[in-house]
Ligand binder design. Structure first.
Ligand code: UFG
Length: 358
């Protein structure tokens, strides 16, 4: 029988890929979303790919009564929690909204997971949890521009969004220790996306917060000009450098993490043992490519794909931004047997296919 997975989403992009990948991998998916930043049309696109619609409930995580009914109805094997506000810059202007949405609402979900004994969770965390720069002795590694690995120090985040992820990691770690949760905590940075089917892509409401959708909307004539947030960072060309990962690879990483979660050997120490719960887990993986791209490099790579000049102007730094993040993907490779394979060119081509065709 198919195992059932509950997917919470907020932004409406990763989940659509996720649903397709999971249904294709023989899992039954159940989705909850309040549709605040995503379109119900995504369900039609999913249907075009799969031939059917997944079970969908237009509720948000504050609505614990409705959520309780959903938990009652299905025998969930696990939960994938994507329901975030997720923009670094926006979080600096609306910190309380971020704390409420990301932390308080998640607690409601965790309570139900505990109530119904559904304690397997894939948590979508972020590289924004890493302290930058790293305190001694890791600062030496930082100076040498070592790639961030999972044992780097976390906390002291540069923006409220990162703080919410950091705090939730702490909460889940405690739930693993004291309440038998099994947590795969996946930290990734800059997902870029478009499904090769041509039906699923990132098309946020309003002005996009993230780089690639903005670049694509300028290329498509929907927006006039890209604003590049600063030129004087200590990077290859002075603009921010990130590791952009294709969402299809990212989802594959989540599937591998799930496989590891269900085959993971039990921990042999910790408070949970005293409580007779042998199978708690809190595992952390970076999901990265190991490929560094500056904002201007992204613009020039996109220009090659769209065959147009992308107009931009350099403006002030965006609040909460860091210059660069380099990540080390080796733990995921060794333990999950997972590696991102999609080229930047292919990601851009898939993305452009959607924007051009809109
Ligand atoms: N940038 C611009 N102009 C824009 C948008 C972005 O110059 O219009 C620059 C940023 O300054 C940064 C780079 O492009 O240097 C990437 O910015 P994004 O907003 O695309 O992404 P961030 O690195 O700020 O943060 C992203 C997502 C979060 C995610 C986080 C870490 O916004 O959702 O990575 O996971 F959680």
């Amino acid at each position: 029988m198919k195992k059932t997975v509950l997917i919470t989403w907020w932004t409406g992009y990763i989940w659509s890929h996720w649903v397709v990948a999971f249904e294709q991998a023989w899992y039954k998916t159940v989705i909850v979303d309040n549709l605040s930043n995503s379109s119900i049309k995504s369900l039609d696109w999913i249907e075009k790919i799969l031939g059917y619609k997944p079970d969908f409930y237009p509720v948000d995580l504050r609505d614990t009564n409705s959520l309780d009914e959903i938990f009652k109805k299905y025998d969930f094997a696990w939960v994938v929690h994507f329901a975030w506000l997720k923009a670094v810059g926006e979080s600096c202007s609306k910190p309380l909204e971020y704390f409420d949405n990301n932390i308080v609402w998640s607690l409601r979900l965790f309570e139900l997971m505990e109530k119904y004994d559904v304690k397997n969770i894939i948590f979508s965390s972020s590289a924004t949890v890493y302290t930058s720069p790293q305190p001694s002795p890791l600062e030496e590694r930082e100076k040498e521009q070592a790639w961030i690995s999972e044992d780097f120090v976390t906390g002291n985040t540069t923006n409220p969004y990162g703080t919410t992820k950091y705090l939730l990691e702490q909460i889940l770690n405690d739930l693993a220790n004291f309440s038998g949760f099994r947590v795969m905590n996946l930290r990734y940075f800059n997902p870029i996306w478009a499904h090769m089917s041509g039906y699923l892509w990132e098309d946020p409401f309003g002005i996009p917060n993230n780089l690639l959708p903005y670049v694509m909307k300028v290329a498509n004539g929907e927006l006039k000009q890209l604003q590049v947030f600063w030129w004087d960072y200590d990077t290859v060309d002075g603009t921010g450098v990130r590791d952009y990962i294709d969402v299809v690879d990212l989802i594959d990483g989540h599937l591998k993490a799930w496989e590891r979660l269900i085959t993971h050997p039990p921990h042999t120490s910790g408070t949970s043992l005293e409580k007779g719960r042998k199978y708690w887990i809190f595992e952390v993986y970076n999901l990265w490519v190991g490929r560094w791209v500056s904002v201007l490099e992204m613009v020039s790579e996109a220009e090659k794909v769209v065959w147009k000049k992308i107009d931009y102007k350099i403006v002030e730094r965006r609040s909460g931004d860091v210059a660069e993040v380099f990540c080390n993907p080796s733990k995921a490779l060794e333990e999950l047997w997972w590696k991102s394979e999609t080229s930047l060119e292919d990601s851009l081509k898939n993305s452009w296919r959607f924007y051009r065709g809109k």
